[in-house]
Design a protein around this ligand. Structure first.
Ligand code: PMV
Length: 335
């Protein structure tokens, strides 16, 4: 008994930062992202005599996993089993399974691999249990969320939310699709200024969010207008509106990070230089392009198809940066 899936990362327009349950990764507020078409992660899961997880890079070489990473997989599988139990499919997932991860994500490019990995694992698990229970994409997104909150959104292609939901159950927050990948062709030109690994991972970072004096206002603003403004911008393909709300939310999240205790500084000098330069280009040449950054110094420049060439030549002119190109994609699939 085995199943295989592939998946990709996503880039958030409304950022997920902070949980109401760290263990279950239940978010404090909703978030919204665009699923990318690359780079891909592939996972095979099969029934085995004992639990194991192995990870391979695109060149075929095996990546040594830290004990911490292996524990995360073990914990996620046990949470997944608990969730399946709530669906009366307790034994659908074998007691032990062997997981093989094949990642085409270049190491240290600042693209969150956890979203791709755990959405992929969730989809593979959905494939593995399919004989006993057919999971909807919404239920599969709950499985993904148990590994990484943002992973829930990569179950869907195009544009999707992670809903805040209510309650403290395993299934109390899930992902929903706003529009599929054919709705709006947007590109993500990724500029990676520093190749250093981030110091504090998002799992630890979420737990600090509520120590910022600006966190309560952030949550209130997302709930009262920002998430809805972003949904409207995507439905109407209103790029200016999307730009305004995305940049406002990104800067707000980094303000919360920087004012938490201890404070988290993910952006560096290069990030600020690139952001200022793109603002300059935008006001001079009226190019539709927005910037956004996750928990690292990497800058994502998102633009519609007509601006792609101009944004790419801007990116190529930035010294010392690695550039990675992606566009809106179809989400996790069983293969
Ligand atoms: O899914 P996590 O726990 O890796 O958190 C992701 C956090 C951000 O990338 C900063 C924001 C987001 O919504 O993707």
């Amino acid at each position: 008994m085995q199943a295989k899936a592939h998946s990709t990362p996503n880039i958030a327009f409304i950022k997920y930062w902070g949980n109401r349950s760290e263990e279950l990764r239940l978010p404090q507020a909703a978030s919204l992202s665009m699923t990318l078409d690359r780079p891909t992660v592939e996972i095979v899961i099969q029934e085995a005599d004992a639990f194991s997880v192995r990870s391979f890079l695109a060149d075929g070489g095996e990546k040594a996993l830290r004990e911490k990473d292996i524990e995360r997989f073990r914990k996620v599988l046990s949470l997944m089993r608990r969730y399946l139990e709530t669906l009366h499919a307790k034994d659908a997932l074998p007691e032990h399974s062997a997981i093989t991860v094949r990642s085409h994500i270049p190491p240290a490019i600042g693209l969150a691999s956890s979203a791709a990995v755990f959405s992929c694992l969730a989809k593979a698990v959905a494939g593995l249990v399919a004989e006993k229970i057919t999971l909807t994409d919404m239920q599969t997104s709950i499985l993904a969320r148990l590994g990484s909150g943002s992973a829930a959104r990569s179950i869907f292609g195009g544009f999707s939310t992670l809903e805040e939901g209510s309650g403290m159950e395993l299934g109390s927050s899930w992902s929903e699709q706003i529009a599929d990948e054919r709705h709006w062709l947007l590109h993500d030109i990724v500029l990676i200024p520093a190749l250093e690994e981030k110091k504090v991972g998002s799992t630890e970072g979420h737990a600090l969010a509520s120590t910022s004096p600006f966190y309560a206002t952030r949550i209130e603003t997302i709930r009262s207008r920002r998430q809805q403004e972003c949904i409207d911008a995507i439905r109407m393909k209103d790029f200016e509106k999307l730009q305004n709300v995305t940049e406002e939310d990104c800067l707000d999240m980094h303000h919360v990070m920087e004012t938490s205790s201890p404070s988290l500084h993910y952006l560096n000098e290069d990030t600020h230089r690139i952001v200022n330069a793109i603002k300059g280009l935008r006001s001079k040449e009226h190019i539709p392009v927005l910037f956004t950054m996750d928990a690292g110094p990497t800058v994502h420049l998102v633009c519609p198809d007509e601006a792609k060439d101009a944004v790419l030549s801007f990116a190529n002119a930035q010294k010392g940066c690695t550039i990675f190109k992606a566009k809106v994609g179809p989400g996790a699939k069983i293969i």
